[in-house]
Design a protein around this ligand. Structure first.
Ligand SMILES: [Zn+2]
Length: 352
């Protein structure tokens, strides 16, 4: 008979071993404090900290507003094409170490273009990093250009950037909005999103994170978002939950992000359980892993600790693959790998 401890060790091993994809993770927020400190030194950028240690402490944000502040400071250190190439290559390595085969990473071009990189330099650097990530680590990275809702500078440059990136063999696959929801409703971005769709880009929107259901409705009705980033506050509106369930629009859920920004109080079970029970299409992601002291494995482990069985986690992992914007032929290849893992696991872990 398998004891509880052995069972939890077995789930831990299975989570680490299972092939995965990740569809909500920010390139900038996936870069660790030390790499950013080194970049800042190299690029003569002042960070709001007097030492590496102070910067590491600043990096541990306190609430949502501080998180945005950390994000903007960190982003200011990223200046050269080499910075971005290294960030993407290292990111692919860390994803590969977790058996993540494919990632859709948000990148926020407004800050980088404003800091002096040209559109072509930034796209070249992302492409080079993604190519070496693939050849060195066999983990593929594609990008979603994320508009920072509260940032007006260079806003009009995001769509041209995304379209030019899309032309490069689908290096950029979509456009999104992120940042502060309050005062910056999705409706403000309706025209940009309509043009993006006409240009063949996928559309996603952070919504229902710090703002309530109206923000999610806006993302669905005005932006026709194909997926919703977070969306956990949809639970406040039964009509919205029914709509999400019926339309099978995936939510990109990141449990530890919500705990760390204190949107979900510590010690309370994450609302992902209620979403799953309501039949909503849920995917699992890490958002800004080093800022939130997490990674994708840890997100699944968090759910395991909250009572999700391995079978449930496996279904969430499958759902995340299916919700990705991978071309169908590439998705089919990964689906086969997923099935092979499931078959092997079934054969070796009866009794789990
Ligand atoms: Zn996010």
């Amino acid at each position: 008979m398998i004891g509880e401890r052995e069972n939890s060790d077995a789930i831990d091993r299975l989570i680490r071993a299972m092939p995965k994809v990740e569809i909500h993770v920010h390139l900038e927020g996936a870069t660790g404090p030390d790499t950013i400190w080194d970049m800042a030194q190299r690029n003569n950028v002042d960070l709001p900290a007097g030492s590496r240690q102070e910067w590491r402490e600043f990096y541990e944000f306190r609430d949502f507003a501080h998180f945005i502040e950390v994000y903007i400071s960190a982003t200011s250190a990223m200046r050269t094409p080499q910075d971005f190439e290294q960030m993407v290559r290292d990111f692919a390595g860390r994803q590969a170490a977790q058996n993540i085969r494919y990632s859709e990473a948000y990148v926020s071009p407004q800050f980088h273009l404003d800091a002096g990189l040209s559109q072509e330099e930034l796209l070249d650097a992302l492409a080079a990093g993604s190519d070496s990530g693939w050849s060195e680590h066999k983990s593929r990275v594609r990008f979603i250009a994320d508009i920072s809702r509260q940032t007006e500078m260079r806003r009009d440059d995001v769509l041209p950037f995304a379209l030019a990136g899309h032309e490069r063999g689908g290096l950029v696959i979509g456009i999104g909005i992120g940042g502060i929801e309050e005062g910056h409703p999705p409706e403000q971005f309706e025209t940009i999103f309509a043009e993006a769709r006409r240009g063949g880009l996928h559309t996603v929107a952070h919504a229902g994170e710090s703002a309530g259901p109206a923000s999610v409705w806006g993302a669905l009705r005005s932006l026709h978002a194909e997926r919703i980033g977070h969306g956990i506050r949809s639970l406040e509106d039964p009509e919205l939950i029914a709509y999400l369930r019926d339309t099978r629009i995936p939510l990109e859920v990141s449990p530890n992000s919500n705990y760390r920004t204190k949107l979900v109080p510590a010690g309370e079970p994450h609302p992902i359980r209620a979403l799953v029970d309501a039949g909503v299409y849920v995917t699992v992601n890490s958002d800004d892993p080093p800022m939130f002291s997490t990674d994708l494995n840890n997100e699944y482990l968090t759910l395991a600790r909250q009572g999700f069985s391995f079978e449930e986690l496996w279904q969430l992992n499958l759902a995340t693959l299916e919700a990705s914007f991978l071309p169908e032929n590439e998705k089919a290849v990964l689906r086969q790998e997923w099935m092979a893992f499931a078959d092997k696991t079934e054969a070796s872990s009866s009794g789990l």
